[in-house]
Design a protein. Structure first.
Lengths: 382, 385, 239
């Protein structure tokens, strides 16, 4: 098919700058919302996925939705530790404490984890960023990077008060953007005593051979002495974010679709006006020998060019959101979770397709109208 | 009036364009209203709070319980009328997605403190008599088809094991903003069962709900209650019910803020569309405006024509969007079931929708109106649309 | 001197055309038959609404008659499907419109090049043809200007360059001087004459301007759908 030069479509956008700016601007806003939502979800998932190690296993009480809700009695924990597949294990206690935030003073729940040196070893992604690690059997604690930033009283050298004791903050750790960045860590026995707990919350274990997981799971879950769930750490944390992730995705995508209708209407109005204003040109092009298809393609190209402009602007703005950090309560674990907007190549592609769909939906009807004009009518109306 | 006639006829000149613009505005106003309503739902708990109720919890966090014997001590604090224990049960009904709030409460006291939960007298008595009885709200009953006499099985998460209750009463809310998506059962039954299953976890209370005689003294009484337990194993934090509910909202503040921001983004989207429409329309009619000025009409008249047309379109789209908000919010409420127990389109929301539509109508007309008013007659007459 | 050595370029046979206007059927052309010889410069005149533009549209293949046949260089264009007609137009006809109908967003060069993009010519070949055409109409130095930067007469000359760049057999012009001042109109008309005289292009021109018609060799009058002969101005062609 012999097509009308692309320059014709693109330059026509340049001629009416205000209209192009407004229409592309509307589309850009929609692309921004769409991409931002996807980025938020990706950031949430990344925080959760990077929390779990591929060869770690987490044991909680059966049906417990989170470690906070879970209780693993001491004998049960000992039994898990003694399994042959387990090469290292950490018995841990997890609670939430209500702490005020630095800037607003509003109170939020912070996850506190009591663990042993083995537990620290089971999280190789965690590195010290400031100060030092807490000493076992002391009332020292270390805080995750996100907690140190957001919550009052969590700087190195400061004291936190909970469980009727003072806890000295001796270090800040960096957990690579995972959920641990939003936790406070201390000695498990001290914490159990302080909270008057008899049962652990969970047992984290590393298997000698990750492939032995299924056998271990079957054995532990069918053992009448135990009422536990055994999951791979990755899967456990993925499930932790499922509700929040689902909410963000559904709400965000619903909104994007609704907004896109608005932007699409804007594109349609613009393209209808473009066709109406150029009927003479359309007639001339047809008279010269360009087919209807070429006319259709030229106006669709114009609509796509508008959408591409909107996509570039919207995605550019969305990528700036990577500088923003979100901290909110994760509904399942009830504790504060920090994550950020993450831009992935997949999102870049998805938003491009989305923008193209908007361009097509907005431009197809006007382009069809342009293509359907009879030459005589087009020339006469000019 | 000739002015109005001109405006109306002008909007009808380009039916397709006007129609599309009105549709765009409708969708935008509708989205805006829906989002604000969803944000409102977040605050439903806080809005339904009564000024004469306080909530006492463990000072560390909600995750830690308080000993049962605190109940009598709280009751003894001057100014306290009633005290009831309440534990968040958090069980699973069939599958985790079928979520609804479940509380074990001191039934005799609790429902006296919550007069907005309305019962049929015989049903209430039947519940009080049955230790394993349960009370469900009207919205919850409708969502899952619970009827009086049905068995309600729950799988415990915090309180392990399988539990089974019998629905004895269904309560209605006194007002539309009362939460009727909740289920209640007897605290004593919870405690008895835990004594058998996990004895060391018995006699532990999640929160105490406290009713006071004089709401004006809430701060004073709260501190008096907390003073009772200072330096003990479980220190307490007492606050008004409203503050307690707002605490939850604050924890998901980021989401609420995000939704609010997005609801304003939609207004900007539609502003772009509307401004585009008005700019195009005004540009095409430049020769007509020039003609009017040549005939002797003032520049202000011409600008007013543009503004009038813009406002007419904005009003049409805005009113249509507002009208659609109510049925769509109702539909959304049935779809989300117990996730948003109260989804009401408030007057404030409608006012904001109207304001947004009018603001868009005005803003979109500013530049085109100015251009129309300022067009030089000679130039305008020469321009061919 | 007889020009009738070769068959006519255009043969119109019993052509009728009516339009539907608001539910009513308005007959415009009725059983028209005539020939246009190769190398003719024909002027079509008549009162407004007489159907001269309609006839021109039929000859150029941008409209179809209700009945009858039109043969151009032996090809019955009334029988061609739309897509073939488009290809035929691209090769066989050049258009000159009253309001020029140039693409405002393309330069003079690009406007003239437009019909060539429908051919398999390479970019370099296209450039040569366009330059030649622009030189012919005297606008080689304005190649990079946009229509908005050119006067009415210059725009029409660009349109003429566009009309002949594919070397068509037939050039149709619908009121080519209708929107021009006297000076520009004279330039355009003498250009058309040059195309007819030097390059042997067959030209059919619709006009209501007597002065424009003077440049044509023959004039036909169209009134109420009927064609009648005007004064044969063959002698005037020798200049």
């Amino acid at each position: 098919m012999k097509s009308i030069p692309l320059a014709y479509s693109v330059r026509n956008l340049w001629t009416r700058k205000l209209t192009t700016a407004l229409t592309a601007g509307g589309m850009a806003l929609v692309v921004f919302v769409f991409a931002a939502v996807l980025m938020l979800d990706a950031g949430l998932r990344q925080a959760m996925v990077s929390t779990g190690q591929p060869d770690n296993v987490i044991v909680t009480r059966r049906s417990a939705g989170s470690e906070v809700q879970s209780g693993v009695e001491r004998p049960q924990a000992a039994l898990v530790e003694s399994q042959s597949e387990v090469v290292a294990a950490s018995k841990e206690t997890v609670v939430l404490i209500a702490q005020p935030k630095r800037d607003s003073g509003t109170v939020s729940n912070v996850t506190v984890r009591g663990l042993s040196p083995q537990g620290i070893a089971l999280r190789p992604q965690v590195r010290l960023a400031a100060g030092r690690m807490f000493r076992p059997a002391s009332t020292e604690v270390v805080v995750g990077r996100s907690i140190a930033q957001r919550f009052a009283g969590t700087g190195v050298g400061e004291r936190l008060r909970f469980g009727a004791r003072d806890w000295l903050v001796v270090g800040v750790f960096d957990a690579g953007g995972s959920a641990f960045d939003s936790e406070i860590w201390g000695d498990v026995d001290q914490m159990m005593q302080s909270f008057r707990r008899q049962a652990y919350s969970s047992v984290i274990a590393r298997l000698a051979d990750p492939g032995a997981f299924d056998a271990l799971k079957r054995r532990l879950e069918s053992d009448p002495r135990l009422t536990v769930d055994v999951k791979r750490e990755r899967q456990f944390y993925e499930e932790q974010s499922a509700a929040l992730s689902g909410f963000i995705s559904i709400l965000g995508l619903t909104l994007s679709v609704i907004f896109s209708i608005g932007a699409m209407i804007g594109a349609m109005i613009t393209m209808y006006a473009a066709v109406a204003g150029r009927t003479g040109e359309i007639g001339a092009l047809r008279a010269l020998g360009f087919r209807r298809r070429a006319i259709l393609a030229a106006f669709l190209a114009e609509a796509f060019a508008l959408a591409a402009l909107g996509w570039a602007l919207g995605l550019g703005a969305a990528s700036l959101m990577q500088l923003v950090h979100i901290s909110t309560m994760n509904w399942q674990s009830f504790g504060e979770l920090a994550f950020s907007f993450t831009l992935t190549p997949k999102i870049v592609l998805q938003s491009l397709v989305f923008a193209a769909a908007m361009g097509f939906a907005g431009g197809v009807l006007p382009a069809l109208r342009a293509a359907r004009l009879s030459i005589v009518d087009a020339l006469r109306a000019a | 009036m000739q002015f109005l006639k001109l405006i109306v006829r002008n909007t009808l000149r380009h039916k397709l364009r006007t129609g599309l613009t009105v549709l765009g505005l409708l969708i935008a106003v509708l989205s805006f209203g829906l989002l604000q309503t969803v944000v409102g739902a977040w605050y439903a708990g806080a809005n339904a709070a009564a000024p004469d109720r306080l909530v006492t919890r463990n000072a560390i966090s909600l995750v830690f319980p308080m000993p049962l014997h605190y109940r009598e001590k709280v009751r003894a604090v001057p100014g306290v009328k009633r005290v009831g224990a309440a534990n968040w049960f958090g069980g699973i009904y069939q599958d985790p997605r079928k979520f609804f709030p479940q509380f074990a409460v001191d039934a005799a006291q609790y429902f006296e403190m919550y007069p907005e939960y309305r019962f049929a007298e015989e049903e209430k008595r039947a519940f009080l008599r049955d230790r394993r009885g349960a009370v469900v709200g009207r919205k919850l009953a409708e969502t899952y088809g619970f009827k009086v006499g049905d068995t309600l099985p729950l799988r415990g998460t915090i309180f392990p094991g399988d539990w089974s209750f019998t629905v004895r009463a269904i309560y209605d809310g006194a007002e539309t903003r009362t939460d009727t998506s909740q289920m209640f059962f007897h605290w004593d039954y919870l405690n008895e069962t835990m004594k058998r299953r996990v004895p060391r976890r018995a006699d532990q209370v999640g929160v105490f709900v406290v009713q006071i005689a004089d709401p004006a003294r809430s701060a004073e009484i709260s501190q008096a209650i907390d003073a009772q337990f200072r330096n003990s194993a479980a220190e307490t934090l007492t606050e008004t019910e409203k503050a307690f509910q707002l605490g939850f909202v604050a924890m998901t503040e980021a989401i609420v803020v995000g939704i609010r921001i997005v609801s304003f983004v939609v207004v900007f989207i539609i502003l772009a569309v509307m401004a585009n429409t008005m700019a195009m329309t005004a540009r095409e009619r430049l020769s007509e405006y020039a003609t009017l000025k040549a005939l002797g009409f003032a520049p202000g008249y011409v600008a007013a024509l543009v503004l009038g047309e813009s406002l007419a379109i904005a009003a049409a789209g805005g009113l249509a969007g507002i009208a659609c908000t109510f049925p769509v919010a109702a539909w959304f409420g049935t779809q989300t079931g117990t996730l948003f127990p109260v989804l009401e389109v408030s007057q404030a929301t409608v006012a904001m929708q109207l304001g947004a539509a009018l603001a868009v109508g005005v803003a979109a007309a500013v530049l085109p109106g100015r251009r129309a008013a300022r067009v030089r007659i000679v130039e305008g007459l020469r321009a061919i649309g | 001197m007889s020009r009738r050595v070769s068959p006519p370029l255009i043969e119109v046979r019993g052509v009728s055309k009516s339009y539907r206007r608001g539910g009513q059927v308005v007959p415009v052309l009725h059983d028209l038959s005539f020939d246009v010889q190769r190398g003719d410069f024909l002027g079509l005149m008549g009162p407004s609404g007489s159907g001269k533009s309609t006839l021109l549209n039929l000859l150029a293949g941008i409209d179809k008659p209700d009945s009858g046949a039109i043969l151009v260089d032996g090809v019955d264009i009334t029988g061609l499907p739309e897509s073939d007609l488009a290809d035929w137009r691209a090769a066989a006809v050049g258009f000159v419109f009253q309001f020029y109908n140039l693409m405002p967003v393309l330069t003079a060069f690009e406007n003239v090049e437009l019909p060539l993009t429908l051919t398999p010519l390479s970019r370099r070949e296209r450039r040569e043809h366009v330059s030649a055409a622009l030189r012919l109409v005297g606008l080689a130095d304005r190649a990079e200007h946009y229509p908005s930067e050119l006067s009415g007469g210059q725009q029409q000359r660009v349109a003429i360059a566009r009309a002949l760049v594919t070397d068509p057999k037939l050039i149709v012009a619908d009121e080519p001087t209708g929107d021009l001042d006297r000076q520009s109109a004279a330039e355009v008309l003498s250009l058309l004459e040059q195309l007819n005289h030097e390059f042997g292009k067959t030209i059919v021109m619709v006009t209501h301007d007597r002065r424009a018609a003077d440049h044509a060799h023959a004039i036909k009058y169209l009134d109420k759908g009927e064609l009648s002969e005007g004064a044969d101005l063959l002698e005037r062609s020798v200049r």
